[in-house]
Write a protein that binds this ligand. Structure first.
Ligand code: CP
Ligand code: NVA
Length: 316
């Protein structure tokens, strides 16, 4: 069966944990795993801008022994008549997997329905699940694990990062609180799905409007831009209502002592996060950015059914 990764809840708790275990092993032995040797090719397609996702997939596929084909879709027939389904069917004849950053989730779903190879969401309007694998790996490294830890995400709680924190955090057994201004709360379907997942993992999810209530006692404080790609001209005030949600020293002071700060980057310094916090001792954002590489290598390996046996299983 072909495994796609379109949303964070496409991995079960056990599968998510296995991918993160593999990511940690791949980080420790960076060039020791080459499941794409041949080389097998992977298409990495962008309808939107990127720095981290573009480079981490390009470098990661090469480190797995594969051949990355990183393409901006403006130079393809995407968007000028060729259906996404036809493109998915054609690319499946060439490559081992398709990675796509695009707008609506319906667009990546159309590719996945037609593709005969795994399709990976490299960010859509709805979700950013590869980012969350990197974030969870970073939380494991800095907090000793994920289960039972409290994560507060403050800012635009209606965006892709908020949705992915809810789903992936619940899958990892975390207590996830998201807080944004009125009118900027999470999609009720995603919140309900995260609640259901959390009921099975011992985690919990909460949607709030008070940033201090969200951050109080949290082990991890996360934020993201107040204006996501494609929202620049949506006519909403994306500054004034968000000012109380800025991650600054005062807000961070409500978190648990030693709490760590995440930001997927790019950051809008002085808006959703201050220099003082982003460059401060509690920030782990550059570890987080590095972990995109290791997490995505593990994800591709898992989706291609090429994960090496865990060390315990290999023991005599
Ligand atoms: N965090 C993230 O996805 O960054 P890019 O938009 O630069 O890929
Ligand atoms: N929410 C942001 C994340 C960027 C990595 C966006 O979609 O633009």
């Amino acid at each position: 069966m072909i495994r796609h990764f379109l949303r964070d809840d496409d991995l079960s708790p056990a599968e998510q944990s296995a991918v993160l275990d593999l990511a940690a092993r791949m980080k420790a032995d960076r060039f020791g795993h080459r499941p794409l040797a041949g080389p097998r090719s992977v298409a990495v397609l962008f309808d939107k801008q990127s720095l981290r996702t573009r480079f981490s997939f390009d470098v990661g596929i090469a480190e797995l022994g594969g051949h990355p084909l990183v393409v901006d879709t403006q130079v393809t027939h995407f968007g000028r008549g060729e259906t996404l389904g036809d493109a998915g069917r054609v690319l499946s004849r060439y490559v081992a997997a398709i990675v796509l950053r695009t707008h609506g989730d319906d667009r990546i779903a159309e590719v996945a329905e037609a593709a005969t190879v795994p399709v990976v969401n490299a960010l859509t309007d709805g979700f950013h699940p590869c980012q969350l694998l990197a974030d969870l790996l970073t939380i494991r490294e800095h907090c000793g694990g994920t289960a039972g830890r409290t994560l507060a995400y403050v800012g635009d709680a209606a965006n892709n990062l908020s949705h992915s924190y809810l789903l992936a955090g619940a899958t990892a057994g975390m207590h996830v609180r998201v807080a944004g201004p009125a009118g900027f709360g999470p999609d009720p379907e995603v919140l309900a799905r995260a609640e259901k997942i959390a009921a099975g993992t011992g985690g919990s999810v909460l949607a709030l409007t008070d940033p201090v209530e969200a951050v109080a006692g949290a082990d991890v404080v996360a934020t993201d831009t107040w204006t996501s790609m494609g929202q620049e001209d949506d006519g909403l005030d994306r500054l004034t209502p968000f000012l109380p949600y800025q991650v600054n020293a005062a807000l961070l002071g409500h978190a648990a002592p030693g709490a760590v700060v995440l930001h997927c980057l790019p950051a809008h310094r002085g808006e959703e996060i201050t220099d003082e916090v982003l460059d401060g001792p509690q920030s782990v954002v550059f570890d987080e950015a590095e972990n995109r590489l290791h997490a995505q290598k593990a994800l591709l390996t898992f989706l291609l059914g090429a994960a090496p046996a865990a060390p315990d299983a290999a023991a005599p």
